[in-house]
Design a protein around this ligand. Structure first.
Ligand code: AMP
Length: 204
């Protein structure tokens, strides 16, 4: 199968061709059509399987093809480490090169000043680690009022690293009506509980 069979738009196909990608990986073949249909997804995939592109590509396409252009953060990607956050941001840069969709990355352990000035200019896609995200939300620099898509990357590692309470706190700040994508390398019982928690929040 080739990327052209997935119904992707030219600005994205061109960027993928420049990256040297011709065939989608299995997780991409499965996830891209579901995300494009604006459905929720629980994806089981390890790092190295192409999972970043599996969510980044359809998210870019959904934003690019949107008729109404609103201000504010439309997509939040939560990931456990600074390294992963930077990699995801680089993927949005590469695949979104011809889409003009703005993206930014925030993480702790560094000054918040440059991050805050980037946020003030406005971003469509925000990639974040949980602690710094909550910090900047609490300081009033980030509003998730206009959020459309929430991605939880490496959900199992989030649990291992003790981020469950932070993630739950973030989820309470998201609009009820949204698309949610969870990615996890393993599916331990906690993730299933987490899903139940997420469904409970959705039903409230
Ligand atoms: P990830 O699982 O997201 O960490 O991706 C692993 C690596 O695979 C990254 O270096 C990507 O650039 C690369 N990659 C992702 N999708 C494809 C594809 N369809 N064809 C070739 N390489 C890919």
């Amino acid at each position: 199968m080739e990327f052209t069979k997935l119904g992707l738009i030219d600005p994205i196909l061109l960027a993928l061709a420049e990256q040297g990608y011709t065939n989608p990986t299995p997780i991409q073949q499965q996830a891209i059509p579901i995300v494009l249909q604006q459905k929720d997804l629980l994806g089981c995939a390890q790092t190295g399987t192409g999972k970043t592109a599996a969510f980044a590509i359809p998210i870019l396409q959904l934003l690019f093809t949107q008729k109404q252009h609103t201000q504010g953060i439309k997509v939040l990607i939560l990931t456990p480490t600074r390294e992963l956050a930077i990699q995801i941001n680089e993927s949005f840069e590469a695949y979104g090169k011809y889409t003009k969709i703005s993206h930014a990355v925030i993480f702790g352990g560094v000054s918040q000043v440059p991050q805050v000035s980037t946020l003030k200019r406005g971003v469509d896609v925000l990639i974040a680690t949980p602690g710094r995200l909550l910090d900047l939300i609490n300081q009033g620099y980030i509003s998730l009022r206009h959020l459309q898509i929430f991605v939880l990357d490496e959900a199992d590692r989030m649990l291992d690293m003790g981020f469950i309470h932070d993630v739950k706190r973030v989820i309470t700040k998201l609009p009820e009506r949204r698309q949610t994508l969870f990615f996890s390398a393993t599916m331990p019982p906690e993730i299933q509980n987490w899903q139940m928690y997420y469904y409970t929040i959705h039903q409230m």
